[in-house]
Design a binder for this molecule. Sequence first.
Ligand code: NAD
Ligand code: WQD
Length: 346
Amino acid sequence: MSGSKKSKILVTGGTGYIGAHTVVELQQSGYEVVIIDNLSNSNIKILDQIKTITGVMPVFEKLDLRNKIGVFEFIRSLPNLGGIIHFAASKSVGESVKEPLLYYDNNICTLVNLLNAIKGRPLNFVFSSSCTVYGEPDVLPVNEVAPVKTAESPYGNTKQIGEEILRETANAGQKLKVTALRYFNPVGAHASALIGELPIGVPQNLVPFVTQSAIGKRGQITVYGDDYDTADGSCIRDYIHVVDLAKAHVAAIKRMEARQTKAVYETFNVGTGKGNSVLEVVNAFERVTGVTLNYRIGNRREGDIIKIWGDVTKAQNELNWTAQSGLDEMLASAWAWEKYINENPF
Ligand code: NAD
Ligand code: WQD
């Protein structure tokens, strides 16, 4: 960027879990941020929380990206946009199996609307992808050239299709530069405990269920199987602190602005490169918080892969980014957020 003035970044889904943390990191890196969100899975009070953390209230437009005209009109009102970080989507694997059309509508049509609205503009675009595109990897750690397997859910398929749409659009000479970030398992919350994950209904993911059980909002935790081919029999994942994940998005934008990209479409694994089992997470939570968890070993959950963790050397070398926080810090921050939201319900 010329001079010290940073560009304006549009963050779709910016009041959501990962989006809000990324808005904080963008603002603290000097970027001006504009958020589009339809508040279908987040709360507008997050804007005040962001302002409390950074001192800057982001520009906010309540808009559903399925509204093609609305998207065209709003994007036209942003002539000096430098980049877009696209988080807005539905993300529940289980729900996607029951409601596939909702997922193709909300995760694909919204992306196409956004790309049509910016057609021909020289923009930097960061896409929220997922390690779910790898399925059960044949080789661990899994790297970015690992084969993309047939998706195990409509949700996972929307991420694979989203990557294909972006790759083909970027290669069609649309002046678009695209960085697709394949997230592993984001957990935890900002150190201020003012923003964090706000699951609606019963959390499907492990860490929010653990924290809600620990605070008494949920009952017994079920560990979905301890008879897998792992050291303690439970599944292994690459958990990454949501703040580290947010910082990876800023690194991706900076790299594109500095014209350090090697292609118009690139993918990066964003994880810690380490795997932890479900039982290791449970035991770490008890150790870090001093809270004894009420859990039992139950049956396997359908669709679960056994183990995955990322080869993150490409992000380290190319994005100049490495995850800083370990599992203990992730879980301590998740617990601090759970206690905050319990005393300050939105
Ligand atoms: P989230 O639900 O907290 O945030 C998504 C935000 O997008 C919400 O604020 C929601 O209101 C908004 N939104 C959804 N549909 C919209 C639409 N049609 N128009 C406008 N806004 C809309 O989810 P998150 O955990 O922050 O995930 C963000 C992105 O990262 C998603 O694309 C998700 O698929 C991806 N991802 C998440 C995880 C994870 O474990 N959380 C892992 C890998 C990838
Ligand atoms: C982690 C481990 C469970 C809950 C999902 C999506 C993925 C991405 C991240 C969007 C598994 C076990 C869980 C519980 C348990 N989302 N578990 N008891 O399944 O790795 O990934 O979220 O992109 O696409 O698939 O995350 O947190 O649901 O599960 O034992 O109550 O914890 O079996 O082994 P997952 P998770």
